[in-house]
Design a binder for this molecule. Structure first.
Ligand code: DAH
Length: 343
């Protein structure tokens, strides 16, 4: 039956809004668009029906359809914007990062604490006017022992203390090996130091290792005295550990020095109140030293009646352990990053 109005725009609109209301994604909205505005969509049907309406009604109905179309288009686009905004908010929410969370800490390579403390100690020696030289880790037995005035039967020459490579070559047991070769290369006065690794065939424990680092120094010249050594070491240890540190010289024996002393500093942990580190003595042994033995000066090619010299040798590892309260020397050689990253 043909009526004035061949279509019911009101219920079409209701139906459209119902579908719009129920749709919350872009695919669904696209389906609605095709259903209403597509080539075979409802609007096309309406235009078809319009042609069947009485002629005089067509302009008015046409206008109504146009308004209907405009309204639906506007509502569809509004809903589309709505959905897009919600989807964007949702994805932003998912990607949101919390700037208060701790960041990932990347492990960056850095120098080993032993190298750092060597740098610190040698920097002080340089600032006190000594010049750095280098020396071999593999040395002739004569350079390691004989030229340093070790008696032929000295127990340190025993296989148990020394890593021999063959009959005559070994891994240096101390950096004192640099003395004679340097004296042979230079004319006095000379004030030199050498830092490096040394090796001993010892049992590995928390306090001793088969490899460790030493710094050796000597000053050869005219009128060089033990007092010079004392004042230099005082300055050195004060710069390293602070102005309150006290020094003590104890009589000792080394084949390459005469007289020989052992140097103690006041315990930097307990300030001499007594603690396990200084074994409750208040003192820590840090270096060996003395006046260069005439035989060593001679071996270096100089006249001990003209020149005198002081010398000292200090352990690096123990100094590092004192500075950082490290309980076990093995930690320095284990390359455990949990330990190393603390520096
Ligand atoms: N070479 C000794 C050692 O390894 C340390 C030492 C003592 C070095 C006295 C010296 C020195 O230059 O004069 O135990």
């Amino acid at each position: 039956m043909m009526t004035d109005k061949p279509f019911d725009l009101h219920s079409l609109k209701k139906e459209f809004h119902k579908r719009l209301h129920q749709t919350e994604n872009l695919e669904g909205l696209e389906e609605i668009r095709v259903c209403y505005f597509g080539k075979k969509g409802i609007l096309q049907d309406l235009m078809g029906m319009l042609r069947l309406a009485p002629k005089e009604k067509i302009p008015e109905l046409g206008k109504e359809i146009n308004l209907f179309k405009e309204e639906l288009t506007k509502d569809l686009e509004g809903k589309k914007r709505n959905v897009e905004e919600r989807l964007l908010a949702l994805s932003l929410e998912k990607e949101k990062f919390d700037i208060t969370l701790p960041g990932k800490i990347r492990n960056r390579a850095h120098s080993h604490p032993v190298l750092d403390v060597i740098e610190k100690m040698t920097e002080i020696l340089r600032s006190l006017g000594l010049k750095e030289v280098h020396s071999n880790e593999i040395e002739a037995e004569t350079v390691n022992f004989d030229l340093l005035n070790f008696p032929a039967d000295h127990p340190a020459k025993d296989m148990q203390d020394t890593f021999y490579l063959d009959d005559s070559m070994l891994l240096r047991t101390h950096t004192t090996t640099f003395q004679v070769p340097m004296m042979r290369q230079h004319q006095p006065p000379m004030a030199l130091f050498c830092a490096g690794r040394v090796f001993r065939n010892e049992e590995v424990t928390s306090r001793s290792h088969q490899q460790f680092s030493q710094i050796d120094a000597f000053h050869l010249g005219k009128g060089v005295s033990m007092a010079d050594l004392l004042s230099l070491l005082k300055l050195f240890y004060r710069r390293l550990f602070g102005d309150n540190v006290l020094l003590r010289f104890r009589k000792s024996y080394f084949p390459f020095t005469e007289p020989s002393v052992e140097i103690d500093i006041s315990c930097i942990r307990c300030e001499q109140k007594g603690c396990p580190i200084c074994k409750h003595t208040g003192w820590l042994e840090v270096a060996g030293a003395g006046m260069m033995h005439p035989n060593v000066i001679k071996a270096g090619g100089h006249d001990p009646d003209i020149y005198t010299g002081w010398a000292f040798g200090m352990g690096v590892d123990r100094t590092l352990m004192l500075l950082h309260n490290i309980p076990d020397i093995r930690m320095l050689w284990e390359s455990d990053t949990r330990f190393l990253h603390q520096f």
